[in-house]
Design a protein around this ligand. Structure first.
Ligand code: AMP
Length: 331
């Protein structure tokens, strides 16, 4: 099932202890689309400025990504983000965010973007996420990501956006901040209890009967990611790497692998959103994210091959499985 994604399309300036880039292709929608393109047809929705280069668009096209709903705004400036990491690559400082063309952007989706069965609302203003959600009322599976900035300055709109989706993918700390619950499980359960308010724009429901989010993914940086549903819990560590160069976009790349894998399988006959499928999607998201952090920005993922992904998923399976006959424990 094809995927439509809305979110930032950006130029990033990034400094880590291992080097820096002054102006590289980035943005939540870009990292997501590149990862998801290994599994399904992806359509990107969002504006760029006059300064956005043709080579950057070509890089997306080369992965088979449909960029016909990437709108170039005359006289506009592409979204810009500057961030810096210290030795703890799990935390970063945002030094500058310039919304540029996203300010006042009114998304007008083409018929093909509206026809996707899967929608990913990547990180951007929640009002914009809701406008796009409303244009795909019949999507079968809708997932959303966000960040602390929007929890701080647009919480009500974000909560309404969350109530209209099936799956929420957030950083662990953001989930706690959003709910005011200091514990991951109770924070996830809180979000699982939210249901669409009468005023919510995205009224139609996706996979399954219940309304409101039914899958929560908490991203935990170098510690991996946890999955919480109404019935079950599952977690995977990050893939162990000796060299991490730049974690920018790891969360979106994880989301691209996770949602891309689900989209590919939900399209097969009447596959349900089962526990088994969600767990395998977690493994694919984890594998994709591990490649992203090996180099700056999109540099590694654009060279990635199917065989490399399959090999890493297999390795992840090996390092996370264990067996052991039940043992009579001592009193
Ligand atoms: P991640 O490391 O997965 O959290 O995502 C990093 C990407 O998010 C970068 O490529 C940035 O361009 C983008 N980004 C940073 N701040 C924002 C923001 N306020 N809204 C949307 N995208 C952002």
């Amino acid at each position: 099932m094809s995927i439509t994604v809305v979110g930032s399309i950006a130029y990033d300036a990034v400094k880590t202890p291992f080097g820096e880039r002054e102006r590289m292709l980035g943005g939540a929608a870009v990292h997501f689309a590149l990862a998801a393109s290994f599994f399904e047809q992806v359509r990107v929705v969002g504006p760029v400025g006059e300064d956005f280069g043709e080579p950057e668009l070509a890089l997306l096209r080369d992965r088979g990504i449909d960029v016909s709903d990437v709108e170039r705004i005359p006289g506009g400036k592409t979204f810009f983000w500057r961030g810096e990491y210290g030795w703890d690559l799990n935390s970063r400082e945002t030094l500058d965010t310039q919304l540029g063309v996203f300010e006042g952007f009114q998304p007008k989706l083409s018929d093909s973007s509206r026809s996707s069965d899967v929608l990913f609302l990547a990180n951007i203003q929640p009002d914009l996420q809701r406008e796009v959600r409303a244009q795909l009322p019949n999507a079968r599976f809708v997932a959303l990501d966000s960040m602390n900035l929007w929890i701080d300055i647009a919480r009500d709109s974000l909560v309404e956006a969350i109530e209209s989706v099936d799956c929420v993918i957030l950083n662990d700390a953001e989930l706690r901040q959003l709910t005011g619950k200091p514990n991951l499980l109770s924070a996830a359960r809180e979000v699982l209890s939210w249901t669409p308010s009468a005023s919510s724009s995205g009224g139609a429901r996706g996979v399954g009967e219940a309304s409101g989010p039914k899958v929560i993914v908490a991203k935990q940086g170098e510690y991996g990611a946890a999955l919480v549903t109404r019935e079950r819990f599952f977690a995977l560590p990050a893939f162990p790497l000796e060299s991490v160069i730049d974690p920018t976009g790891a969360g979106d790349t994880f989301a691209g692998g996770f949602v891309g894998f689900l989209a590919a399988h939900l399209g097969e006959g009447d596959q349900e959103l089962s526990d088994e499928l969600l767990r395998a999607a977690m493994a694919h998201g984890t594998a994709l994210a591990s490649f992203n952090v090996e180099e700056f920005g999109t540099e590694r993922v654009v060279r990635l091959t199917d065989a490399e992904i399959a090999a890493r998923v297999q390795e992840l399976r090996e390092i996370t499985s264990f067996s052991g006959a039940p043992l009579q424990l001592r009193d």
